[in-house]
Design a protein around this ligand. Structure first.
Ligand code: ADP
Ligand code: MG
Length: 319
């Protein structure tokens, strides 16, 4: 199979799409944006041995490659619509490609994403997805819109992916069933698109957690020129994780682990009922974990009311 067979047999699919004038097969794709909407763009790259282990299954790999990009759309409150996939593949193996593309298109279909282009070269397993989403004009969940007094909310549970990763790296030990539960979060993060869209009308700032809650909320604080207090005891986790990890490990994985792909957002206190309704209608649990203030810094408060100092706040690729 050559590159063109791969494109024709695996990537070109007929999908009804009113806004897609031209999809895969030409030099470029053509989109006609709908009236009243802004388009929203993002890219995320995944490299072997940095973002995934070499022994990952093609199904899990495809899921993560696309899911982390869909998550960026969720964080903007956008509806993901189109994606471009650039792939460096060591070989074109039918079995591997069948499994990879099956999982990729299953996830794409679930979120209404159409693959409209990309590039394929021989390479040592590297992927880059560019994703394009749609937003009602002028309405995006930006990082620079948090206000002092806002509640801070987080979706789902955080720290599980980091616990699985650290268990695999032999930095901690987890019982098998617990490891498997955490590994599922590491391999197949669930993009919170429905929640992002549901909180869009009233949330102030939002972002998805890819590099660790403390670091990622730091981006909101900096962009919005505010501070925050986070309550360590309120961070949503698995109760079993707290019992098997040391407190230091649990805090590190939960606050500075990364790979969670949950949403952290701020909203005015008066919107608490609206947040609860958004959580309900999107089928996504949310937890209130702190408040935005005007101190200009991030404070993490322990159960004793004292501040917890975190040395490493998250993942920095060049750190
Ligand atoms: P070019 O020579 O202009 O780079 P290619 O021959 O690489 O074009 O690609 C042909 C078509 O297939 C283009 O529409 C391109 O967007 C699409 N394509 C190539 N690789 C991928 C991929 N990995 N995923 C999605 N579309 C792809
Ligand atoms: Mg090309």
């Amino acid at each position: 199979m050559n590159e063109f067979d791969f494109i024709r047999r695996y990537l070109q699919r007929q999908q009804p799409d009113d806004n897609l004038i031209l999809g895969i097969g030409d030099d470029a794709a053509v989109i006609r944006p709908a009236l009243g909407f802004d388009l929203c763009f993002s890219s995320d790259m995944l490299l072997k041995n940095r973002h995934f282990f070499a022994d990952v299954s093609p199904e899990d790999l495809a899921w993560k490659v696309l899911a982390v990009n869909i998550s960026d759309m969720a964080a903007m409150g956008a509806k993901p619509r189109w994606a471009l996939l650039s792939a460096g593949l060591p070989e074109l193996s039918e079995d591997w490609l069948n499994r990879f593309c099956g999982s990729l298109f299953a996830l794409a279909d679930r979120f209404g994403v159409t693959l409209i282009g990309g590039d394929t070269t021989k390479g040592d397993l590297v992927f880059n997805v560019t994703i394009i989403g749609e937003l009602p004009q002028g309405k995006a969940l930006r990082r620079d819109a948090a206000q002092a007094g806002d509640d801070i909310w987080v979706s789902g549970r955080i720290g599980l992916a980091a616990a699985a990763l650290n268990c695999r790296l032999q930095n901690c030990t987890l019982p098998t069933a617990l490891y498997q539960q955490c590994e599922a979060e590491l391999l197949r993060p669930e993009p919170r698109v429905a929640l992002g869209q549901a909180v869009l009308p009233f949330a102030h700032a939002a972002q998805d957690i890819s590099d660790g809650l403390a670091q990622d909320i730091g981006h909101i604080l900096k962009a919005s020129d505010v501070g925050a207090e986070l309550w360590a005891d309120e961070l949503p986790s698995l109760p079993e994780l707290k019992t098997v990890l040391t407190e230091e490990q649990w805090l590190a994985y939960t606050l500075a682990g990364g790979d969670d792909y949950e949403l952290v957002f701020t909203a005015p206190v008066g919107a608490r009922e609206a947040v609860a309704a958004a959580a309900e209608c999107s089928g996504t649990a949310v937890t209130r974990i702190g408040t935005i203030n005007d101190t200009g810094r991030l404070q993490i408060i322990g159960s004793d009311g004292k501040e917890i100092k975190l040395t490493a706040l998250g993942f920095d690729h060049f750190g």
